[in-house]
Design a protein around this ligand. Sequence first.
Ligand SMILES: Nc1ncnc2c1ncn2[C@@H]1O[C@H](COP(=O)(O)OP(=O)(O)OP(=O)(O)O)[C@@H](O)[C@H]1O
Length: 267
Amino acid sequence: MAEQVRASYDSEPVLTGVSVDLIPGGVTVLVGPNGSGKSTLLRTLARLHVPDTGTVTVDGVDTCGLRGRELARRLAFLPQSSPIPAGITAHELVSHGRYAHRGALGRARDADREAVEWALHVTGTSEFADRHVDGLSGGERQRVWIAMVLAQQTGVLLLDEPTTYLDLRYQVEILSLVRRLADEHGITVGLVLHDLNQAAAYADRIVVLAGGAVYAVGAPDSVLTNTTIEAAFGLSVHVVPHPYTGRPTCLPYGHETVANIVEMEYQ
Ligand SMILES: Nc1ncnc2c1ncn2[C@@H]1O[C@H](COP(=O)(O)OP(=O)(O)OP(=O)(O)O)[C@@H](O)[C@H]1O
């Protein structure tokens, strides 16, 4: 989907020669240290950031050739944070997700209403659909944003750190939902996550970005290794198989772990 992309801010390169393929109907997770270019790559895939060179395609079509509504019918993007809209309800915000599907007069049809109800239901936001978004908690608001992009009902879904602000239960629910959208609806999902263990649990493919370039790419167990994580994040970890799923689980050596090891060695 992105081929040999170079992107910059004020002529300062941030991504250099990045090629990334999102698995069709699968979940691709971008991980990497702060400032490695994950959000910029996702924004470039969503055509919100124009690359200096390289191409970005969706369903094989160059995004440069797609107009706003055409693109919005194919691809939905949830940024890391968005301004909080004042004075509108959760239901109204989620309904905005349908704008690209509406006819010339902008009237909601049955399909629009059904998509909004479904998105509210699967994100657990129906119960506060009539409340103002600016009066919701951070996690409730985040789920409403997710509902808005789900209501868009696109074949490609790009989510930048969608679990931010969510408690553990909703982190698991939203990531499980993302998994179901790929498995049961064939939606192509690209998301940025900081939690490597969640990436391992939900991804088909992991892309590790470091310094604006792809450092490693592949299935979780081929990418999430001690050496790759140490090199990309500058952090010592011990990767063990998850006791139930067998997926890689990263245990960082925090200062307490190091202290324990030192203590054990001196006993
Ligand atoms: N609007 C901007 N103007 C100038 N520089 C920017 C802008 N947005 C990001 N950058 C810079 O581009 C680089 C990549 O930023 P980006 O947000 O893509 O990284 P990231 O991997 O998503 O980081 P994080 O994990 O902290 O969210 C960083 O050095 C950042 O300072």
